[in-house]
Design a protein around this ligand. Structure first.
Ligand SMILES: [Zn+2]
Length: 299
């Protein structure tokens, strides 16, 4: 049972919009694909454990002492807490004398080091609140295209070919939980920080973003508009005008939470809707109008 489900990371939501509406730099493109891929791996793992009859807490950002640490997945069993970091790496890697490298030799951030830091920070945090349940931590490599060469077996590492048997093992573990377990779960969820200072959001401005309706299927801007429907010329996907406008207004609101939604602004943002009367009707229907003049806006 998920005590806390996994939200789409805010950074990823923004990058998805910006990737359509601006030119991301190569560095930002790489960041975007890494976050997208990482999230994809986590969601894949969530699906494998969604039927576990115990408490699962996803995506926690916690603080112990001065250390902020992020947990992908935490599972509370009767006698143990499992701390799991899911990696969606692809390709051939080797792990030797505490060095994590690609097969071609370029050194990568050591995920085990990160996991172990997280492990001790979590132990410290739980101790501070009077809990001493043992913690086991694991790196789960979920991508079937991942190979790891390592000199000896490391029980903390779960390779793609071991994932199924690992899940079977989790299913067999005792999950008879008491009040104490529920309290630990509530405590951790209550300590979760929603503002992530690690999030790296690229800079963007309204003026330089590409305006227009984006197809919900293929993200093309090549849209034709009839009285009631919009149709994507690239993939043929159809949508009601109102739903397409609202979807694109939502992007505007995510990018600029402080912006005043006026008819003219939304008209400019959607670009292809032929009449601003349509825009006004949609906004009136879905938001509360503030003011009754040309300057009125919607919230
Ligand atoms: Zn399309």
């Amino acid at each position: 049972m998920f005590k806390k489900t996994r939200p789409i990371p805010f950074e990823l939501i923004i990058l998805r919009i910006l990737s359509n509406r601006s030119n991301l730099s190569d560095k930002e493109k790489l960041q975007f694909s890494n976050i997208e891929k990482g999230f994809e791996g986590e969601v894949k793992f969530d699906a494998l454990i969604e039927h576990l009859d115990t408490l699962v807490i996803n995506d926690l950002l916690l603080e112990a002492g001065d250390t902020l640490f992020q947990i992908d997945t935490l599972i509370i069993f009767y006698g143990k807490i499992y701390l799991i970091d899911v990696k969606n790496y692809e390709g051939e890697y080797c792990y030797e004398s505490d060095m994590f490298k690609t097969i071609s030799g370029s050194e990568k951030k050591d995920p085990m080091l990160q996991l172990n830091r997280c492990h001790s920070a979590l132990r410290q945090l739980l101790q501070k609140h009077g809990y001493t349940l043992p913690i086991d931590s694991f790196l789960v490599f979920i991508n079937p295209e991942f190979t790891l060469f390592q000199p000896s077996h490391n029980p903390q590492i779960v390779l793609p070919t071991q994932v199924n048997s690992y899940i079977k093992k989790l299913n067999k573990m005792t999950s008879k939980l008491s009040d104490k377990h529920l309290k630990i779960a509530d405590l951790l969820v209550s300590l979760h920080k929603t503002e992530n200072p690690y999030a790296r959001i690229p800079k963007y401005e309204y003026d330089t973003l590409r305006k227009g309706l984006i197809c919900r299927g293929c993200h093309s801007f090549d849209i034709s508009v009839s009285r009631t429907r919009v149709t994507c010329k690239a993939c043929g996907c159809e949508e009601r005008v109102e739903s397409a406008v609202l979807r694109n207004v939502e992007e505007l609101r995510i990018l600029f939470p402080e912006i005043r939604l006026t008819t003219n602004l939304v008209y400019e943002w959607c670009k292809v809707i032929p009449s601003n009367k349509t825009i006004r009707r949609i906004l009136k229907h879905n938001f509360k109008a503030v003011g009754n003049t040309k300057e009125s806006y919607y919230e």
